[in-house]
Design a protein around this ligand. Structure first.
Ligand code: FES
Length: 160
């Protein structure tokens, strides 16, 4: 008897698994899922990720030491990210906590702890460094948010 794995069956099954994972239906088990290889920045493996050059907003629409969320698409192609303007620098991340893959903000655009010193996941209280998205406390300590590259173009914040 010959066993074989057909790509015609495997590819849809893998797509379904990735979809379920992105819909936050699988609780964090500690297992590492090996995602299909993509080229470029890690945020591009998220469905609906906008391409480099996509404009987000004017810089003055971000308060100093503030943050703002951005949503693209919907359903399976919904992409959720946020940008932080702190100390004259921009930082941007996919709005996806590495613990249980929920958004960080418990209310729209509320991404900080009370002291505004760290990014806070409102689901279980993980704290992340603003400058690199590294988790320093909480259930996903040692893991990191997925960065989204951003830059300024004539005072417009753009992806890439
Ligand atoms: S989902 Fe549990 S700390 Fe973020």
């Amino acid at each position: 008897m010959t066993a074989y794995c057909s790509n015609a069956l495997f590819a849809p099954a893998l797509s379904l698994a990735v979809y379920i994972w992105h819909q936050h239906l699988i609780p964090d088990t500690g297992y590492v899922f090996i995602m299909p290889e993509t080229t470029g920045p890690a945020y591009l493996r998220f469905p609906g990720a906008p391409p480099a050059g996509t404009p987000l907003c004017r810089l003055d629409a971000l308060p100093e030491s503030g943050a703002r969320g951005f949503l693209f698409g919907e359903d399976v192609n919904r992409f959720d990210m946020f940008v932080v303007w702190r100390g004259g620098k921009l930082h941007a991340y996919v709005n996806d906590c590495p613990h249980a893959h929920t958004p960080l903000d418990y209310l729209p655009d509320r991404f900080f702890n009370l002291e505004k010193s760290h990014l806070l996941c409102g689901t279980h209280g993980a704290l992340f460094r603003i400058q690199d998205g590294h988790c320093i406390s909480g259930p996903c300590k040692g893991r990191s948010l997925t960065p989204v590259p951003v830059h300024l173009e004539n005072d417009i914040i753009c992806i890439g």
